[in-house]
Design a protein around this ligand. Structure first.
Ligand code: CDP
Length: 244
């Protein structure tokens, strides 16, 4: 949510090109990605982007009942995003909210183009995205972790999908807004991209930017996503090495 009333400590979000957490404008928060972190899930991944932390787990592909939920022609991807009660300063109420339903839907749309769904008709792939700790950018990090979990489950994929946001803080275009920047900044634009062809599979926009600022933001998220693809691959290669 953009444009909240600022407490004194966030009076300025950018001072001499440096942000409140010391980052440069084009710098992402530290990223950690791990693949295959759960024994019982068919695929799993864990991501940290700064203090945003998410666990992604895959169940399937499986033939599920009732069969009316399945598709004759392709696999069905079911995505469920949730914020755990302790993930925010004010307890997140358990159960689906309007926001969590919207994020589940956009995450599904962002990830579907990466999967060869037609190769496995009449099965369901369930992907659960649980936010353990939220400090902005949870939908982007959930998509990034979700894609690694799908790859870890051995699902045939065209490439990896990652996501990050660019936004506007005190008139500056910046990569990967943290919580206070998201709360008190002017705009936030999360973008998901597919590694195999650079296709944009999600673009959302909250706030106010000029056309030039949108172009600059797109440039930043492109670089951010290139970095995330390398971290996703590294995580999957790390897991593979352990199995060897
Ligand atoms: O997390 P994301 O940036 O994708 O979505 P948002 O709806 O723009 O939320 C931004 C941030 O607000 C979240 O990452 C949380 O840090 C915070 N938030 C919260 O504390 N409680 C909520 N119920 C929703 C959001």
């Amino acid at each position: 949510m953009m444009g909240g009333t600022r407490p004194d400590k966030y009076k300025k979000l950018v001072v001499k090109g440096k942000r409140i957490d010391g980052r440069k404008l084009d710098e992402m928060r530290p990223v950690i990605i791990k693949a295959g972190v759960l024994d019982q899930a068919d695929g799993s991944a864990y991501i940290e982007v700064g203090s945003t932390k998410i666990l992604a787990g895959v169940f399937g592909p499986k033939v599920l009942h009732p069969k009316r939920l399945l598709d004759e022609d392709k696999a069905v991807l079911d995505v469920s995003y949730a914020m755990l009660p302790f993930s925010t300063s004010e307890r997140a109420r358990p159960g689906p909210s309007r926001r969590s339903k919207e994020i589940s839907k956009v995450a599904k749309n962002a990830l579907e183009p990466s999967i060869f769904l037609e190769e496995a008709p009449q099965v369901m792939i369930s992907l659960q995205l649980d936010v353990i700790s939220a400090d902005a950018g949870t939908r982007a990090a959930a998509i990034t972790a979700g894609s690694v979990a799908l790859a870890d489950a051995g699902i045939p994929m065209k490439g990896l999908v990652s996501a990050c946001a660019a936004g506007k803080i005190d008139g500056n275009i910046a990569l990967d807004l943290c919580g206070p920047e998201d709360n008190f900044g002017e705009a936030d634009m999360p973008v998901a991209m597919l590694s195999s062809n650079n296709e944009i599979t999600l673009l959302q926009f909250d706030g106010d930017m000029t056309k030039d600022e949108v172009s600059k933001s797109l440039e930043l998220v492109r670089k951010g996503n290139e970095y995330l693809w390398s971290k996703q691959e590294e995580a999957l290669r790390g897991k593979y090495k352990e199995v060897d």
